[in-house]
Design a protein around this ligand. Structure first.
Ligand code: BG6
Length: 304
């Protein structure tokens, strides 16, 4: 369907509009009393979520590509069916194919509390060429006072398969030097900046003081980002997720990324709801798995 047909079928007067976005990629613009949002069909990518009377919650790079063969840098890329580089397959795209394929718009709906958008990605010739499994990924995005994301994966084939997944959420922060993360103290993580060594997160909030790229293990409870410079606290609750990835590229890595501004790193922090590595999910034929993240911003009076 082209953009006009999508708009005729799924548009909702005053609340949901399907229109050309950056790079002419189709996007869904949500306008609701409680929040505004933008979702690209390319990658089922939420690029903007702005609760009423608050600044945008998500970071989006000014250098991002908006092109059918490239991921969008910022917002919430979906990593699936693998995370990071695919072991033994250097030719495969990093973080899987879900973020660089067009998803189908299945439904839109709206009421006084929220707008809901459902997008799907079905296995096809292209996905089977690199990952030979039959699946449906169904992504339900609910935009209201909170941002609720539910990624359901179903095995439509006749043999079991395993996959990794992440809702690679780029939070906008006022200044990374003043940001803290609560909820991971006392857990173990794999340090991707130090040859994947397993380390223990000491008690207390996490401060980011250098390049940080960590996969926290067996972490199922709430994380809280204290964006103290931005006078905001963001809670992230999740279900069906064993891992939490924390990432900030810091100075040198930022310079090495073509689709990320050299000076953008102090304004973002990724806290990702994930199932990766030992946390990968195995699905029997006919079975489904759902991973959800509920993200809620709270304004605070305090800066420090
Ligand atoms: C993070 C990974 O989730 O994503 C990092 O842990 C990676 O290792 C980062 O560098 C960005 O990945 P990409 O493929 O979007 O540049």
């Amino acid at each position: 369907m082209n953009i006009d047909q999508l708009q005729r079928q799924f548009g909702i007067d005053g609340q949901v509009r399907i229109q050309p976005g950056a790079g002419d990629l189709p996007c869904i613009k949500i306008t609701h009393a409680l929040a505004n949002a933008t979702i690209y069909l390319h990658g089922a990518h939420v690029t903007q979520y702005q609760p009423a009377a608050q600044p945008d919650l998500l970071f989006l790079s000014e250098k991002s590509h908006f092109s059918p063969d490239q991921p969008i840098r910022g917002g919430i890329p979906i990593c699936f069916p693998w995370f990071g580089p695919r072991q033994g397959h250097p030719e495969s795209p990093a973080h899987g194919f879900a973020r660089i394929l067009p998803w189908q718009l299945e439904s839109t709906s709206a009421d006084a509390k929220s707008v809901q958008v459902v997008l799907t990605l079905e296995s096809n010739e292209k996905t089977r060429a690199s990952w030979d499994h039959d699946f449906t990924a169904r992504y339900t995005i609910t935009i209201g006072r909170t941002l609720n994301l539910a990624l359901q994966v179903t095995n439509n084939g006749t043999t079991p398969f395993s996959f990794e997944e992440a809702l690679h959420t780029y939070f906008r922060v006022h200044d990374i030097h003043q940001a803290r993360i609560d909820g991971l103290s006392g857990t173990c993580y794999l340090d991707k900046t130090d040859a994947l060594k397993q380390k223990l997160q000491p008690a207390g909030a996490i401060e980011i003081t250098s390049e940080t790229d960590r996969v926290y293990l067996n972490t199922v409870s709430r994380c809280v980002i204290h964006d103290r410079g931005g006078r905001r606290r963001i809670t992230i609750d999740k279900e069906g997720s064993q891992n939490t990835v924390v990432w900030n590229p810091w100075i040198n890595k930022s310079r090495a990324m073509a689709d990320f501004g050299d000076d953008e790193w102090p304004g973002m922090l990724c806290v990702e709801t994930a199932n990766v590595g030992c946390g990968q999910v195995t699905l029997q034929p006919g079975a489904s798995h759902t991973m959800t993240a509920t993200i809620e911003p709270h304004t605070t009076d305090k800066t420090l």
